[in-house]
Design a protein around this ligand. Structure first.
Ligand code: G6P
Ligand code: MG
Length: 211
């Protein structure tokens, strides 16, 4: 019944979410703010500057816009250094197989990510050719939980939002999908504000649920 599937990137198609965590950990230390997996969950799907603001909630310092820009840039430099080690082997075979079965079944496939590094990541994974459209943080003005990135991806595919399924790992992503009028499958064990349409342990479970 779906005509397209729109995938979040970090934490769904690849495990770059652990690199975000590593890179932000250093920032949190610098601003004397606590940082753990619960705080990290809130950063998933949220833009770089908004992520920094969430970390700064726990900091006793009050920083100027210039200092914030520097911290975000330095985080991104650390993150890019980690990304540059990615190879095609970092996209699991099960993920590639899932994409292939969905495509063979006639579904259009897109990436919908808040990241400005999405193009670089897909390039490192040699995965650009697996999608009919990519919409990322460079093409939007409001990051998740705003539905903009998913609505734009659906538009690029030429498929009505109501016929798209979004696959996410983040609470902000689930909210974005539903705000855009899309069904949503969530992978993993994040604490969610409401129940998704499907809950998956692994991406490989998706084809048997929707085909
Ligand atoms: C994804 C990640 C977020 C990240 C955002 C921006 O949505 O889940 O954790 O903050 O992208 O990433 P960027 O690569 O542009 O810093
Ligand atoms: Mg994610």
């Amino acid at each position: 019944r779906y005509q397209a599937v729109i995938f979040d990137l970090d934490g769904v198609l690849c495990t770059t979410d652990r690199f975000h965590f590593e890179a932000w950990k250093q920032t949190a230390k610098e601003v004397q703010a606590p940082f753990d997996e619960t705080i990290n969950q809130r950063l998933r799907g949220v833009s770089r500057m908004e992520s920094l603001e969430i970390i700064l909630e726990g900091s006793p310092l009050s920083l100027s816009p210039d200092e914030k820009r520097r911290l975000a840039e330095e985080k991104n430099d650390r993150y890019r250094a980690l990304l540059s080690q990615l190879t095609p082997a970092d996209m699991e075979d099960g993920v590639r197989e899932t994409l292939r079965s969905l495509r063979i079944a006639g579904l259009k496939l897109a990436v919908g990510s808040s990241s400005k590094n999405a193009g670089f990541i897909l390039h490192q994974l040699q995965a650009e050719g697996l999608f009919d459209a990519v919409c990322d943080g460079n093409q939007i003005t409001r990051s998740k939980p705003d539905p903009e990135v998913f609505l734009r991806a659906a538009e690029l595919l030429g498929i009505p939002a109501g016929l798209c399924l979004v696959v996410e790992d983040a609470p902000a992503g689930l909210e974005a999908a539903k705000a855009g009028g899309m069904d949503c499958a969530v992978i993993g064990d994040a604490a969610l504000p409401f129940a998704p349409d499907y809950h998956l342990g692994k991406l490989e479970e998706l084809p048997s649920l929707i085909l």
